[in-house]
Ligand binder design. Structure first.
Ligand code: PRP
Ligand code: GLN
Ligand code: MG
Length: 496
């Protein structure tokens, strides 16, 4: 799902970039990169977390009052350093770009760039296709007299040609900072501003939480098809008025985004509490009577507290998370995910022994976390374990920036709820109803609609079968996890 930031102000911006990326670390753990510009581009990118890649000695070598940054969760190509973002192009002007999302007409765009503009991207990262498509359109303009209209025209063409999800920020050397979203606005992108004695600093970021830390005022979400350009005089130009999102990724509210972020007017934490409360009907109808509701740290907390409140049962944090362990789901190998899940959570025996426990997580994707949780709760003496997902069953691949592109790795795409219950070893599995989730983000509720593709199999960008075939071939050639390493018919594990 990647995290992106961009800053443009009167002074060096690298410290705000590092700080902003640190607030977005949960969006990508594979790699990190920063590009700043003064009279030249200064670029550093590497594998690992922000603190791994950027030490003080590196920050000093990133001068410039305009710059962008990226934390990567790989969805296209391998996660080696060469494919980390940002990417730069020397022509026209000098460009540096980052994006969050996934281009799904990869081959078509690459062919057009080659045939029409004789451009050969350096890697298989789809960001290059967006950047070179934009660059190729820009270079057809009168570069001696580049106007904002020219820039927005190049954006418009890029948005027509590139299919999929892409929230982007671009430095156009000597001209300014540009942000634009794909026509569906599937990924989050927000704009902020901080006033200083020397003048305003403008910022773009995947999530508003970046601004909280840095003292920026939230200005707006960048909606579907929208673009914003900050010129050299710090004048702000908008392409397309803001429109409510019709296909914003619902999984951002459920799991991906940070709880303290607000997206399209909705505080993520509050939406998660609502999702927890919505589950009460099914929990009560299931005839289970939990003694307590616990969460799976860290993304399950708000839904668990919402459910506990709705059914009048105590909430307890009975699973303790090792705070030095990051996210498991966004690790690119099953072995890596299982290793993290093993190290990450420990039950408090004194709370769960002899108790009937409703454990709430935001989602069950591959089943890695849930199977482990049930096993360690049983080991800690829980009498009954009911596993509750605040997301509906994930039955179809995500191809818009969350790396679950193969239905063979999605447990609910391959097995019934009963088989899943058996595999994870729970006494009951309860999922959110898709209709309840869709209602929460419907136009009637003032949101505008969302992308529910991974829950419904209906994709907002039209026919995606060619892309699904492409990504299947790519994964098979990379021999990355393509099938579940489980058979839910197998009994739950006793060892752990
Ligand atoms: O069924 P699975 O394939 O295990 O995927 C689902 C789990 O992965 C995520 O947790 P993660 O560890 O990524 O992050 P968190 O600490 O934010 O919960 C999510 O919150 C679920 O717990
Ligand atoms: N998760 C993402 O947004 C990934 C962005 C881009 N597809 C990459 O692989 O770098
Ligand atoms: Mg989790």
């Amino acid at each position: 799902m990647c995290g992106i930031v961009g800053f443009f102000g009167p002074d060096d911006v690298v410290h705000d970039i590092v700080f902003g990326l640190t607030a977005l670390q949960h969006r990508g753990q594979d790699a990190a990169g920063i590009a700043t510009f003064d009279t030249n581009f200064h670029l550093r990118k590497g594998q690992g977390l922000i603190n791994d890649v950027f030490r003080p000695k590196h920050v000093k070598k990133l001068p410039g009052n305009i710059g962008i940054g990226h934390v990567r969760y790989t969805t296209q190509g391998s996660n080696e350093t060469a494919l980390a973002q940002p990417f730069t192009s020397s022509y026209p002007f000098g460009l540096a770009m980052v994006h969050n999302g996934n281009v799904i007409n990869f081959r078509e765009l690459a062919k057009r760039l080659h045939d029409k503009y004789h451009v050969l991207p350096k890697t298989s990262n789809d960001l290059e296709l967006i950047m070179y498509t934009f660059a190729s359109e820009l270079r057809t303009k009168d570069l001696d007299h580049l106007s904002v209209i020219d820039i927005f025209d190049a954006v418009e063409t890029t948005q027509e040609l590139a299919k999929g999800a892409y929230a982007t920020v671009t430095v156009i050397a000597g001209h300014g900072l540009l942000a634009f979203n794909d026509p569906n606005g599937i990924r989050p992108l927000v704009m902020g501003r901080r006033d200083t004695p020397e003048g305003p600093v403008y910022a773009f970021a995947s999530e508003s939480t970046c601004f909280d830390y840095l003292g920026y005022e939230f200005i707006k979400d960048i909606g579907p098809g929208q673009a914003v350009f900050i010129d050299q005089n710090f004048k702000v130009h908008y392409k397309n008025a803001y429109a409510k999102p019709k296909s914003f990724c619902a999984f951002e509210y459920i799991y991906f985004a940070r709880e303290d972020s607000s997206i399209h007017g909705r505080l993520v934490a509050r939406e998660r509490v609502r999702l927890g409360k919505l589950l009460a009907r099914k929990v009560l109808a299931a005839g289970i009577a939990p003694d307590m509701v616990i969460d799976v740290p860290s993304s399950g907390y708000f839904a668990a507290s919402g459910l506990a409140e709705a059914i009048g049962v105590p909430y307890r944090r009975a699973l303790v998370k090792n705070n030095h362990i990051g996210r498991s789901f966004i690790v690119s190998s099953q072995v890596g995910r299982e290793d993290i899940v093993k190290k990450k959570l420990n039950p408090i025996r004194a709370f769960v022994e002899g108790k009937k426990v409703a454990v709430v997580d935001d989602s069950i994707v591959r089943g890695t976390t849930s199977r482990r949780i049930v096993s360690i709760l049983r080991e800690a003496g829980a009498a009954e374990v009911y596993f509750i997902s605040s997301a509906p069953p994930i039955i179809a691949p995500c191809i818009y920036g969350i790396d679950m592109a193969m239905s063979t790795e999605l447990i609910a795409a391959n097995y019934t709820e009963e088989e899943i219950c058996n595999y994870i070893g729970a006494d009951k599995v309860i999922y959110q109803d898709l209709s309840d989730l869709q209602d929460l983000f419907s136009e009637d509720r003032g949101h505008g609609g969302g992308c529910f593709a991974c829950f419904s199999g209906k994709y907002p960008t039209g026919d995606v079968t060619p892309y699904l075939r492409h990504i299947q071939e790519e994964r098979q050639s990379q021999r990355r996890d393509k099938t579940l390493s489980v058979s839910p018919k197998a009994p739950a594990p006793t060892e752990h």
